[in-house]
Design a protein around this ligand. Structure first.
Ligand SMILES: [Zn+2]
Length: 281
């Protein structure tokens, strides 16, 4: 007998932080339905792709999903799908070739944060100030520390690009899903990077003007725990494009991944897929 049965288009899971030490809280999002997931740990779940993908921006049916949920026309027209979202140091607004300057003024010209995080090891990342701590939870980070606040997205990209000389900017997702990250002293890493790159960060601020970059010297490291009963010993990935039905015992949730005893699935990758969800005991 199924305990829950629902269907709709997948979005990334909604994740909320918890009080000290408690695992973060996950909700599966199917259109406008939200289904609490933590309480289903240990149960058998089934996700069934029903064969259609509808663009998360315009709703049109698309055979293939681009950039995690868009149709091809939206993918090629929207600023949020442009390459500078992934590489903001190559900002098209600054180059005069932004696809949607008005959108950029609303989104990119807001305070951004450069942070250090520990997901599968030390990494540097950037996010809009309003996206903390969601961005860290989406990445499955177990620790995070904001280290600089800047006036726009491009500046955050320039600083990230500089720090990338010594710190990774990617998460090793296989390592992420194989166990808890070894705790790091992010404050010490921050101090080391500030020492090493003081002149470079200063030069970036001078380009844009005084006050455009504020180093955060004394923030506290935030820590997050994820609802995981067992990490897989060997990682295999489910993929709706190959197998429409994915089922197994739910053994954990981390970042945007469900960990089943039959393999893992990155739900964000399947944004806009019309999907059924059932829980049985
Ligand atoms: Zn579209």
């Amino acid at each position: 007998m199924s305990l829950i049965s629902a269907s709709g288009h997948l979005s990334k899971m909604a994740i909320a932080p918890s009080a000290d030490g408690e695992p973060v809280q996950y909700q599966l999002v199917l259109d406008d339905q939200r289904i609490a997931l933590n309480e289903h740990l240990g149960k058998h779940i089934t996700l069934q792709w029903q064969g259609e993908i509808h663009c998360c921006h315009c709703g049109r049916k698309t055979k293939k999903s681009f950039a995690q949920g868009f149709c091809y026309p939206c993918f090629s027209k929207l600023a949020q799908c442009d390459s500078c979202m992934m590489s903001p140091e190559k900002c098209h607004f600054a180059a005069g070739t932004c696809r949607e300057p008005q959108w950029a003024e609303q989104v990119c010209f807001n305070d951004h944060i450069v942070y250090l995080a520990n997901s599968s090891g030390l990494k540097v990342g950037i996010t809009r100030a309003t996206q903390m701590p969601v961005r860290w939870l989406d990445q499955g980070a177990s620790q995070a520390l904001p280290i600089a606040r800047v006036k726009n997205r491009r500046l955050s990209g320039l600083i990230e690009d500089l720090l990338r000389q010594q710190v990774a900017d990617k998460t090793n997702w296989r390592a992420l899903l194989k166990g808890d990250a070894v705790p790091l002293d992010l404050g010490a890493e921050r101090d080391r990077l500030f020492d090493r790159f003081a002149a470079g960060i200063d030069a970036i601020e001078q380009q844009e003007g005084p006050g455009s970059v504020t180093l955060i010297e004394n923030a506290a490291t935030e820590t997050f725990a994820y609802p995981v009963m067992n990490y897989p010993l060997k990682i295999s990935s489910h993929n709706f494009d190959k197998t429409a039905e994915v089922s197994g015992r739910l053994e954990g949730i981390k970042g945007q991944y469900l960990l089943l005893d039959t393999g893992v699935i990155n739900l964000r990758k399947f944004t806009s897929y019309n999907t059924g969800f059932t829980v049985t005991d």
